[in-house]
Design a protein around this ligand. Structure first.
Ligand code: LLP
Length: 442
């Protein structure tokens, strides 16, 4: 929903320059319509079978975003007591929550049992025993799935591959039967399902379909032992287009997986994160300093690796476009309508209105943090002046959620655009808040 036109850019009906003027930069901007469209695409793709979309909270845990998905009927995939607290605070239904993660603490297990979540996705033999003990002490039975590891290569970045035998996640396929028998024998557990998640930013649909096939083979073997499930959780992982990845429409991505499920009665759970929010958000930032050199040109912007860690952490590519001229330059009023998704449409060079043309150069787009790894983009061809506004695209997932206070930088503001309205959904952190929790030694 970003449209870049001569003189400005807008998300839905709101010019990004207005958002920057009102709330400052760096600032995350989301399009409500893009979030809703992404959810509806999943709903439509799943229309032919019983299914629940459990949004992976880790991708973006802002309360307004959780509330929006809860309102659309979503469940949630959580990985901590903190995420559970957010879901509850946002009005989400704990009865539609699945709890993943390799290291759930006993306190987190208690909180989730008290809240009445739908299912614990158990990832080890030890966790089964802990959960049985915790549930027993509360006089409850804990609903469980085992997260099985199908040993399928998702062909994605090694840091976000989770389904290989060597990963810390899930239980090995060949031990799953034994563990289900154990779970059945434990008095305070109730077997509800089976789960699997092989990785993130998957473009090719085949690995997920192959994993689904392997999970279903296991389902059939377990059925012969009388171990049956009311749901099958096939995780998240569908990728988005950051640059030129050949991303399929959701329905096409899911089709090979859904084909394998035809005739199965179990409720299908999916745990998408990135594909629901990634292209519905951007990071708005301003050029502070230009440094032109013999070797390289640097554009130092006011967002940094603490705001968006993905480039520094995974060498991830995010498109960066100029969306407004600095205050010193003539500002032409933005024009135009909206497009689905916060991807750039039109040229990526917003002129400086009537001012003299600026030379296009190759820039390293970097933040002010004191690390060489603090970059948002390498070698970007842009015509820049100090004060210009840039948008770092596809930043709705794992952007704000992974932000930190490194270099004592307050975290960015977050704004939701709804048609012609902009709503602040998280205030910019203040310096006073940054210091508030620390106790002086003397
Ligand atoms: N379910 C489980 C059990 C997961 O571990 C994950 C993501 C998801 C669902 C959601 O996956 P998605 O649909 O978003 O791909 N910080 C990395 C991504 C880490 C993903 C971790 N697990 C990044 O910025 O690329």
């Amino acid at each position: 929903m970003i449209e870049i036109l001569n003189g400005g850019a807008r998300v839905e009906g709101v010019p990004l320059a207005e958002i920057a003027a009102r709330y400052g930069t760096p600032c995350y901007v989301y399009s409500r319509a893009a979030l809703e469209n992404a959810y509806h695409a999943y709903r439509q793709a799943l229309a032919d079978r019983p299914a629940r979309i459990c949004y992976a909270v880790k991708a973006n845990s802002n309360l307004s975003i959780l509330k929006l998905f809860a309102g659309l009927g979503a469940g949630f995939d959580i990985v901590s007591g903190g995420e559970l607290a957010r879901v509850i605070a946002a009005g989400g239904d704990p009865g539609k929550v699945v709890f993943s993660g390799v290291g759930k603490t006993r306190a987190e297990m208690q909180e989730a049992l008290a809240a009445g979540i739908h299912c614990f996705n158990v990832e080890s033999a030890s966790e089964l025993e802990h959960l049985d003990a915790v549930a027993g002490a509360l006089g409850k039975r804990a609903p469980i799935s085992l997260r099985v590891n199908p040993d399928v290569d998702p062909k994605t970045h090694p840091y976000i591959s989770t389904g290989l035998r060597s990963a810390k996640f899930g239980v090995p396929f060949d031990t799953a039967i034994e563990l289900y028998r154990r779970a059945r024998a434990l008095p305070h557990l109730e077997i509800r399902g089976i789960a699997c998640h092989i990785g993130s930013q998957l473009i090719d649909p085949q690995p997920a379909a192959e994993a689904a096939g392997k999970v279903l083979e296991l389902v059939d073997i377990l059925a012969k032992e009388g171990i049956t499930f009311s749901h099958i959780d096939l995780g998240g992982g569908m990728g988005i287009r950051y640059r030129d990845e050949p991303v399929l429409p959701v329905a096409d991505y899911l089709a090979p997986m859904l084909d394998r499920l035809v005739g199965r009665k179990e409720l299908l759970l999916l745990e998408p994160g990135r594909s629901l929010v990634g292209n519905a958000g951007l990071l708005l930032t301003r050029v502070e300093i230009l440094k032109h050199g013999a070797e390289k040109n640097f554009a130092v912007v006011d967002a940094a690796m603490n705001d968006l860690a993905r480039p520094a952490l995974y060498d991830a590519y995010h498109e960066i476009v100029k969306v407004g001229a600095g205050p010193s330059q003539a500002d032409a009023p933005p024009v135009g309508g909206s497009e689905p998704g916060l991807r750039a449409r039109g040229g990526n060079d917003v002129g400086a209105g009537g001012a003299a043309p600026i030379a296009t150069r190759r820039y390293e787009i970097v933040g002010p943090v004191c690390e060489s790894g603090d970059f948002l983009g390498h070698d970007r061809e842009l015509a820049l002046a100090e004060g210009d506004l840039l948008a770092v695209l596809s930043a709705g997932a794992y952007g704000m959620a992974m932000s930190s206070n490194y270099n004592s930088r307050p975290r960015a503001a977050e704004v939701m655009v709804e048609g012609t309205e902009m709503r602040l959904i998280r205030r910019r952190e203040t310096l006073a808040e940054l210091l508030a929790d620390e106790l002086p030694l003397l």
